[in-house]
Design a protein around this ligand. Structure first.
Ligand code: SF4
Length: 76
């Protein structure tokens, strides 16, 4: 059985360094020079990462299916 994996990215041009993502999912985002960086780009499905993507005021975070690239969060 294939383990489903997500790909997490942050667009540094959109990120304003609010830190909301690092607060919502501290195991997955860290702020470096006021820009959020995913600690791991490929992760197993994790609810807190969805919360972070939905909470980002700039929609800078994208969570995608690592296999087919389908956007999982934020919801359109
Ligand atoms: S919530 Fe969005 S804008 Fe705020 S630090 Fe995270 S990625 Fe950047």
């Amino acid at each position: 059985m294939v383990t489903p994996e997500w790909r997490v990215t942050v667009d540094p041009r959109r990120c304003i360094g609010s830190g909301i993502c690092a607060g919502a999912a501290p195991d997955h985002f860290v702020l470096v020079d006021a820009v959020s960086i995913p600690l791991d780009e490929l992760i197993p499905p994790e609810e807190s990462v969805l919360d972070a993507a939905e909470s980002c005021p700039m929609e800078a975070i994208a969570v995608r299916d690592a296999v087919d690239g389908r956007l999982i969060a934020p919801e359109a």
